[in-house]
Design a protein around this ligand. Structure first.
Ligand code: AP5
Length: 329
């Protein structure tokens, strides 16, 4: 015969309350605490109250649902705290995060709130693959110094400096300017304080294995190598339709992105090497070197489909840079 004590009565009354409350908790979400089931009732022999076997004790019955929930929350807090303290350093965690828009946003926020070193990037791709167009956007987003070797050489040609005089003949024919002419110019520019303080974005350099080797030999290593992939048929169309505003330097295309303003339209200029005939030579030069140059940066290279619309390309470029930035923290 069972002896009815005051605690037994309490447990019996709690059991009536909790069995109605927990009846709605689905089995698959009922949490377990070791072998102790928090919500489910253990199998019972009719008329027998099993108080001594703690492995099968229904804690919710004994302690009350609210108290069990409170204990569970405390347990979860403690477990999370111990997991957090045993996490590897952030750089390892970041490397393992899959590149979804959400993780990128989180990673980018973390990366920008911690003081990160100046970003060093290279953007590469065939003639008219969209390097200059993307650089305008990257510059806005990341506040780095944009260094286009094509623009630097065109400025030197216009100013008729020694470098300009030498480069003109090569550029007009679509050929690459000799390595020793351009390497020194780029190295000097990268050493200037705006680049060392704000970071840099090299556009169109290195373009040969010798140029990549010269950078490495000077201890200059980028965080990120972006490569824009665009089929040749699209490149030719982009080259012949490209126009530049000499006042702002902004790049337009007569079919894809003409200016709205009549005044700007009237002053647009076409580059002397932007003809169908010269782009063939430029493409030959590009294909002769691209594998070797890309090979120098295979660990940090990111291929991006540059045939998409400019804003779509820009989104992918931004994602790639943010991941590199986070990995570099
Ligand atoms: P450079 O000026 O660097 O020429 P490039 O590499 O041939 O590249 P481009 O400037 O033609 O094209 P881009 O990729 O910037 O495309 P853009 O955004 O303008 O070099 C010129 C010359 O200088 C070389 O030939 C060489 O002689 C010399 N040189 C330079 N660097 C050198 C180096 N390191 N070593 C030796 N010699 C060197 O876009 C093109 C057009 O497409 C635009 O009209 C644009 O509006 C449009 N467009 C862009 N993106 C899209 C898009 N997603 N969809 C539709 N249209 C688009």
């Amino acid at each position: 015969m069972m002896i009815v004590t005051s605690s037994t009565l309490l447990i019996l009354s709690l059991s009536c309350y909790i069995s109605t409350t927990t009846a709605f908790v689905p089995h698959h979400i009922a949490p377990k605490w070791g072998k102790v089931n928090l919500y489910e009732s253990p199998p019972k022999s009719p008329g027998v109250l099993e108080e001594t076997n703690f492995d099968d004790v229904n804690l919710a019955r004994v302690l009350g649902l609210q108290r069990v929930k409170k204990m569970l929350r405390k347990y979860k807090r403690q477990r999370n705290a111990s997991e957090t303290t045993s996490l590897p350093p952030p750089v390892v965690a970041v490397a393992a995060i899959p590149a979804t828009p959400e993780t990128i946003a989180t990673v980018a926020t973390t990366a920008t709130t911690t003081k990160s070193p100046p970003l060093k990037m290279i953007i590469s791709g065939a003639p008219a693959s969209g390097k200059g167009t993307q650089c305008e956007i990257i510059k806005e987003n990341f506040n780095v110094v944009h260094l286009s070797t094509g623009d630097m050489l065109r400025a030197a040609v216009a100013a008729q400096t020694d470098v300009g005089k030498l480069a003109k003949e090569y550029m007009d024919s679509g050929k690459l300017v000799p390595d020793d002419v351009i390497i020194g110019v780029v190295k000097d520019r990268l050493a200037m304080s705006d680049c060392t303080q704000n970071g840099w974005l090299l556009d169109g350099f290195p373009r040969t294995p010798a140029q990549a080797e010269a950078l490495a030999a000077s201890g200059i290593s980028p965080d990120c190598f972006l490569f824009l992939n665009v089929p040749d048929s699209i490149l030719v169309e982009r080259v012949v339709g490209r126009r530049t505003d000499p006042v702002t330097g902004k790049i337009y295309h007569m079919t894809f992105s003409p200016p709205d303003d009549e005044e700007i339209l009237g002053r647009l200029e076409q580059r002397s090497d932007d003809t169908e005939e010269k782009v063939k030579v430029r493409l030959e030069q590009f294909y002769a070197n691209v594998d070797a140059v890309k090979g120098s940066y295979k660990d940090i290279a990111v291929d991006i489909n540059g045939a998409d619309k400019p804003d779509v390309v820009a989104g992918k470029v931004k994602e790639a840079i943010e991941l590199s930035l986070a990995a570099a923290v």
